[in-house]
Write a protein that binds this ligand. Sequence first.
Ligand SMILES: Cc1ncc(C[n+]2csc(CCOP(=O)(O)OP(=O)(O)O)c2C)c(N)n1
Ligand SMILES: [Mg+2]
Length: 625
Amino acid sequence: METVRLTVGQALVRFLASQWTERDGVERRLINGCFGIFGHGNVAGVGQALLEAHATGSADLRYYMARNEQAMVHASVGFARMRNRLQTFACTASIGPGSTNMVTGAALATINRIPVLLLPSDFFATRAASPLLQELEDPRSYDVSVNDAFKPVSRFWDRVNRPEQLPSALLAAMRVLTDQAETGAVTIALPQDVQAEAHDWPEGLFRARVWHVPRPVPEPAALARATEVLRSARRPLIVAGGGVIYSEASAALRRFAEATGIPVSDTQAGKGSLAWDHPCAVGGVGATGSPVANALAREADVVLGIGTRYSDFTTASRTAFGNPGARFVNLNVAAFDAGKHAGVPLVADARAGLETLAERMHGYRVDGAYTARARELGTDWRRVVDRAYHLGHGPPPAQTEILGALNEFMQDRDVVVQAAGSMPGDLQRLWRARDPKQYHVEYGYSCMGYEIAGGLGAKLADPEREVFVLVGDGSYLMMAQEIVTAVAERIKLIIVLVDNHGFASIGSLSESLGSQRFGTSYRYRDPQSGLLDGGILPVDLAANAASLGADVLRARTVAEFRNCLERARTAEAITVVHVGTDPLAPAPSSEDWWDVPVSEVSALESTRKARAAYEAAKRGQRPYL
Ligand SMILES: Cc1ncc(C[n+]2csc(CCOP(=O)(O)OP(=O)(O)O)c2C)c(N)n1
Ligand SMILES: [Mg+2]
């Protein structure tokens, strides 16, 4: 057997550079590059290997330096999402805090079912110098390290304590990353001494390897059961989730909807599956959905969920589908999701499944009255959205006007990235998506701080598209530092910083739950009230962005905002458009509920009232058995 002598780090880099995915006959690099931040845990191991690969040309794996480890996982997720989960990045971090900074990113990846390879460093396998700087000491076991925290948030986890363990760990990692049903964060912890240790590797480890991504077709008996339920439907509704987009099933969905007349609602991950103005499109469903989709959801007798994991937002905490006889048919590549809500499971790739279903449903069509009702609701709703887009509020303008101006400004192939705050809800209700990759809202983990980093990854994935990052002031303050990475890499983003001096989202949630917006705005502590409800703080986030190297434009009105967008589009470098908005401006409602428990007993009148409303709403919650 031919062998080659390399360190674990060098072998790892060489292996990762030779992995490919294939779907529909197209081959792509699985690991596009390696994000990293070096410390003593990886600088001389994986770091040396990345340098050597670059210096000698022995492996093609470009290193990207991030400014925060959580952010580099977000960037990898943004990239992988844009590339429909067929390609991603590796992330190398030092031991201790560098590694645990990635735990939040890992959870985000796993919850959103997006592949990312995490390479946290670990303390010496030999334990030669323990306890090391940053080593956790557990008196019960010397086998425990902070990297055990990745276990519940990873779809595969391993620690390579000897070089011989590396090949099997890597093969398992690649299998999980490329398995559309299992994918998420994959973690291989690498003790710092092992990274630098040499070993004689079989040549075969480094051969180009193609991971085929199949399109599983439905099992015939399951297909028959699903078809029977669907054919019996009088008021069916499709819920299109992220799986539709990852499977590139938009055209198949459109054909299926046109043939059957079944209206199509979407989730946060699935928005754009069908263009917003398609006659079958009824908008977002659930707690932040459109009243059109939600009216149809309330009456639906059969719900066809495609590539959705049915989060509480999608089901309005299990109140959205209100028909007591409602049944679910779930087309999903993951059996785990296909089985939800006691649905008839149809375990298959979304596109393959839709194509097969379309054949089986031949001749079926919803009745004209149902279609007419959906159209009528849709026409009314369009007027509401138009009004919200052009409210004439302020200054400062309403957030819905900023979203409207952006929607009208953006071209079909442009991308909007968002994750947390009041914007995901407004976007889910109001955004008019015209391309399956246009709407990039991370709402599985709704992680403040995803926006700029995720936008960076999205832009890396598709440099031809203009990427607009929408970020609230709260999210910006949590994680703005990847602006510096974008500057260094000459990556252009347009960041729209929506500043409303605090948490508009949690403020209005707090108010609706009787908690009086307590502790949700960025204000001075008022000496009289003792609360954080004094004057506005002298914080200038636009100046902060400029200090990080971005070009900055400031807008006070919607007209100025439009003008800034024009200028940002022609700019070459990363540009931040700062706009202040009124957190109390009105926005249309979804007319649906979200289950957030309210204190059962309270001395406060506001809480008691909210509790009564909570108990009433809770009665509408159903187990979907
Ligand atoms: C990391 C993280 N911490 C806390 C939360 C809870 N949370 C959700 S939205 C929000 C406030 C967001 O503020 P901002 O970005 O300014 O958006 P706004 O609500 O003002 O639209 C908070 C604290 C979260 N989603 N993520
Ligand atoms: Mg805010």
